[in-house]
Write a protein that binds this ligand. Structure first.
Ligand code: SF4
Length: 366
């Protein structure tokens, strides 16, 4: 049985049957209590609300939806994982992301906490017969360094780019730079013990066949509600069933200006040099950000492994398509600056749909 069928059979279908009332009178139980394939509305009686804030439109929409539902912003916090770390690498992310996140949080009066894997994407990729580096987590009490358990872990070697794949094993960037960091940030802060926490992320089913199968509400993997720590954490994906139209509409209603990547024409706001970028986006990077592919091209030669599974170098891929034509010069100027200095909120009369909206073909799934 392939993995997705197994998942359907063991998680999705039982969960659906439970919601549709197909189990009464039988001894068949739902896959897991508290797991719901579809849960667009839930009781919002949590002590804390953590929003996984990538700075893309779907994480923004999730936050705005919580505000529309009346969640008290004094119980909210935003979490952002720095993909390049904070040690100086600039291999994959946009230069302005950290500043944008800070200014966004400031505009909404909600605290933001950053966390990262030391060395970021580049450091992890260069791991050679060694242990992964520590995680760093900002907390209300200051910055915390979380060391690795070198007694139990095995040293490893990467020396290649994450592979374009739905599997988090080979597409290691999402797991090593985001998911693991978030999990350790949850399990290493005693302030969550004895609390009821809602962890919110902005995936949407429309984005990929993999996301189409996600549950909308379930116990978070770090949940320990029945354990000694009484740490109750639910994971909720409030916009999972939303269309892209609904996402842009909530940004427009709240006057949140489209983040820069969409204004440039990108369909997603992920890492600038995301492994899922289409030939058109790589061509645009080569055209408008000269030299931006050099580091990646150099690593492809050094590893003798390309990002593309078809073994075509990033430079050749960038020649397979025509670049986008960028008309938004304000966004283009911002794209090369570290400090974000465009408005976060604009009057409704000035809100514009960005060039990248509804351009589904520009990027693959994250
Ligand atoms: S946005 Fe792309 S490159 Fe960045 S972590 Fe996600 S999959 Fe990896």
């Amino acid at each position: 049985m392939n993995v997705s069928h197994q998942y359907d059979d063991t998680v999705v279908i039982p969960s659906l049957k439970h919601q549709l009332g197909l189990f009464p009178g039988t001894d068949v139980k739902p896959a897991k209590a508290g797991t719901f394939f579809s849960a667009p509305e839930i009781t919002l009686d949590y002590d804390m609300y953590i929003v996984g804030f990538s700075s893309g439109k779907d994480s923004i929409a999730s936050l705005l939806h919580l505000l529309d539902l009346g969640v008290d912003r004094s119980k909210m916090e935003l979490w952002h994982h720095d993909v390049d770390g904070r040690e100086g690498s600039t291999l994959v992310d946009w230069r302005f992301t950290e500043s944008y996140c800070k200014k966004f949080a400031e505009a909404f009066g909600i605290p933001i906490y950053f966390s990262w894997l030391e060395g970021g994407f580049e450091g992890e990729m260069l791991k050679e017969n060694s242990f992964s580096k520590p995680h760093w987590v900002e907390t209300p009490d200051g910055l915390v360094k979380l060391e690795r358990d070198t007694e139990r872990a095995q040293p490893g070697t990467r020396l290649k780019f994450p592979q374009v794949s739905a599997s988090l094993q080979t597409r290691w960037c999402s797991s090593a730079l985001k998911i693991d960091v978030g999990r350790r940030a949850l399990t290493n802060q005693s302030r969550f013990n004895g609390q009821k926490v809602l962890f919110i992320t902005g995936e949407r089913r429309e984005e990929s066949p993999n996301r189409a199968k996600y549950n909308q509400l379930e116990a978070h993997v770090c949940d320990r509600r029945s354990g000694r720590l009484a740490r109750h954490i639910d994971a909720w994906r409030p916009v999972l069933e939303w269309s892209e139209e609904q996402v842009w509409d909530i940004l427009r209603r709240h006057g949140v200006s489209a983040p820069v990547p969409y204004r440039l024409g990108w369909g997603r706001s992920s890492c600038m040099k995301c492994i899922f970028n289409s030939p058109e986006i790589w061509a645009t990077l080569r055209e408008y950000f000269p030299g931006s592919l050099d580091d990646i091209a150099g690593y492809e030669r050094r590893f003798n492994t390309t990002i593309s599974r078809s073994k075509i170098s990033i430079v050749d891929i960038s020649k397979q398509a025509k670049p986008l034509v960028i008309h938004d010069h304000e966004a283009l100027l911002q794209a090369v600056k570290k400090e974000y200095d465009l408005p976060i909120i604009v009057p409704s009369s000035q809100w514009v749909m960005p060039a990248g909206a509804f351009s589904h073909g520009s990027c693959g799934p994250s």
